[in-house]
Ligand binder design. Structure first.
Ligand code: AMP
Length: 580
């Protein structure tokens, strides 16, 4: 396909406001793309390389301005291009505002000098090949080489070709074609169901290949596409959500700690895979954006090579840890994450540890369509000491399996509260709530994974009662009754029980014991004296408490030593918060 044809079609799409019409134009473009379908399916999205490929053109805007200026003529400099850009605001319009062609120099050898291209038209393939060559240029002189190559292209481009060439080079296609558009267009062009195209895209992360296979092999070809170890998959993402939502929507919730680190996807194959530069490696690690981070994280590579035995793709988080293995804040991971130089030295300062929470592929089997709990079981068996046989593996406690995220499945809000409290106590970010039945949907920020929202608001409540604990906690007061001010009275709003460590309970008991007004069995009435700051998910109307309201999932945040009961929050404020 000639690049002029592509540019012309891109122009039509650019001018089209209606989404459905855009899909129809992309459909026709793909149907006409012939041997260049893979490139066209990428170019139309403004991509030069497949989504899984971390290759970049590695060229800044200024190099692009330089190439445009050179192709535009002797009297034009990069500063002219920048000035026009400041006026016009968009590089495509700027590129289209010049007349190219006829410039001598390298362009002459690469076919320059033929504006609009009579008999020497640029093809989509040539543009793709030249951009691949440009991406590959590295080392000294690579900047000049890249500018020369781009100049060669602009010098042969018409205004419209230049418009889309410039946008492509700077990854700003802006013609309203997103991933969903291309998915629908592939389905429409080759009469294959959208969901099968979607699945093929999820496993391959390659719009070009999926378009070609849909055309040449139909549904059978699409269904035969699998994950490939070594080729990253888009990460499944989480939404913010509450315990209430999770327990309302699912029978049970899978609860995990939310590790405060950086997302990683580990690819391991003992038989080796191409590292992208022609060498063979056993392990590759990718970031959430599918950039390669293998060299920055030797601990993860060592972990994989010591622990794993068969090909696997694992999803997890890399966290920075102190000498005892306790998690350090996220900022510490960043010091390591994309580091290219002096990795060994950086490792001495901050070491990292992987924790995996999902398994997308194990020993030849793709698991994306299996439920979360099955995938987690597979993860467990992949990570369990490979020396142990199946039975022995079962006997190992999850806590003792290095690199395995712990997962609880429960419908009990109190249990979720205490997992949350323990997670926070241990220095994690909180908890994740996941639908135990859900499949792995790459790239989706769906409802199946929820990060528990931090409490947006807290209220200061007076502690008006408590209960003596049981067993190990018999000497501690726990289950604190909370109240708000209503004139001179105190009206109850709920109890806070979970989320408090033994150490803290001892401290609270010492603080509250002098205020015990009456006792009956384990129950204790307290004079209003102590104020707790309490977080919650929501405020509900409720007949259970005297205020007429109940706090859903109250969480103890701390004692307000600076406040007396008179300074605690009022029923009025509770009403206001409820009404929001
Ligand atoms: P956020 O970045 O705030 O949208 O939260 C989602 C991120 O939390 C994910 O992309 C992961 O990097 C991270 N994360 C930490 N622990 C988990 C876990 N147990 N399950 C899933 N994601 C987790």
């Amino acid at each position: 396909m000639e690049f002029a044809t592509f540019a012309d079609r891109a122009g039509t799409i650019d001018a089209e406001p209606a989404d459905l019409e855009i899909v129809a134009h992309v459909r026709d473009l793909l149907a006409d793309a012939e041997g260049e379908i893979e490139v066209v399916a990428r170019f139309v999205q403004g991509r030069v390389f497949p989504a899984w490929d971390s290759t970049t053109l590695d060229i800044g805007p200024s190099a692009c301005y330089e190439a445009i200026a050179r192709a535009a003529g002797q009297n034009v400099g990069s500063d002219d291009v920048e000035e026009r850009l400041a006026d016009v605001g968009e590089i495509g319009d700027v590129a289209a505002s010049y007349e190219f062609g006829g410039q001598q120099g390298l362009g002459a050898f690469t076919g320059g000098g033929d504006a609009g291209g009579n008999g020497d038209d640029l093809t989509v393939r040539e543009v793709a090949d030249t951009l691949a060559e440009l991406a590959a240029a590295e080392g000294s002189g690579s900047h000049d080489r890249k500018v020369d190559l781009l100049f060669g292209l602009f010098n042969r481009a018409s205004s419209e070709e230049a418009r889309y060439l410039a946008r492509l080079v700077l990854s700003e296609m802006r013609i309203g074609v997103g991933e969903g558009t291309v998915r629908d267009a592939i389905a429409a062009a080759f009469e294959v169901p959208e969901d099968r195209v979607e699945r093929a895209l999820q496993v391959s992360n390659d719009y070009g290949r999926v378009a070609r296979i849909a055309r040449d092999e139909g549904v059978t070809g699409l269904d035969a596409m699998d994950l490939a170890v070594g080729r990253p998959v888009q990460a499944m993402l989480a939404q913010a959500g509450t315990v209430t939502d999770a327990l309302e929507e699912w029978d049970e919730a899978a609860v995990e700690r939310k590790y405060d680190g950086a997302r990683i996807q580990l690819h391991y194959d003992p038989a080796g895979m191409d590292d992208g530069d022609g060498s063979t490696v056993e392990t590759r690690v990718f970031s959430r954006n599918m950039e390669e981070v293998t060299d920055a994280l030797p601990e993860v590579v060592e972990f994989a090579e010591e622990t794993l035995e068969a090909p696997a793709i694992l999803d997890g988080e890399v966290v920075a840890v102190d000498d005892d293995g306790s998690p350090l804040p996220f900022q510490e991971v960043l010091k390591r994450f994309r580091r290219k130089h002096d990795v060994a030295k950086a490792r001495e300062d901050v070491s990292v540890r992987p924790v995996f929470f999902d398994c997308l592929h194990a020993d030849g089997e793709d698991l994306l369509e299996d439920p979360l709990t099955t995938r987690h079981d597979r993860l467990r068996s992949v990570l369990v000491d490979s020396g142990a046989d199946g039975d022995a593996g079962d006997a190992v406690a999850d806590e003792d399996i290095e690199g395995l995220s712990l997962l609880w499945t429960t419908d009990d809000p109190d249990e979720i509260e205490s997992i949350d409290a323990d997670a926070l106590e241990a220095g994690h970010e909180g908890i994740m709530l996941k639908d135990p039945e859900s499949t792995y949907s790459p790239g989706r920020r769906g409802k199946h994974w929820r990060k528990r929202k931090p409490d947006v608001e807290t209220i200061d409540c007076i502690v008006t009662g408590a209960e003596w604990g049981e067993g190990r906690r018999a000497t501690f007061l726990g289950t604190f009754e909370l109240a708000v001010r209503a004139g001179d009275e105190f009206e109850t709003v709920g109890n806070v029980a979970t989320g408090i460590t033994d150490e803290k309970l001892a401290e609270l008991t010492e603080l509250l014991e002098p205020h015990i007004a009456a006792e009956e069995g384990q129950e204790v009435d307290l004079e209003p004296a102590v104020v707790f700051e309490v977080g919650y998910e929501e405020i509900q109307s409720s007949p259970t408490y005297s205020s007429g309201y109940a706090l859903r999932f109250p969480r103890f945040q701390g004692v307000r030593y600076d406040k007396d009961p008179d300074d605690a929050d009022s029923l009025e404020r509770l009403e206001r918060l409820h009404g929001r």
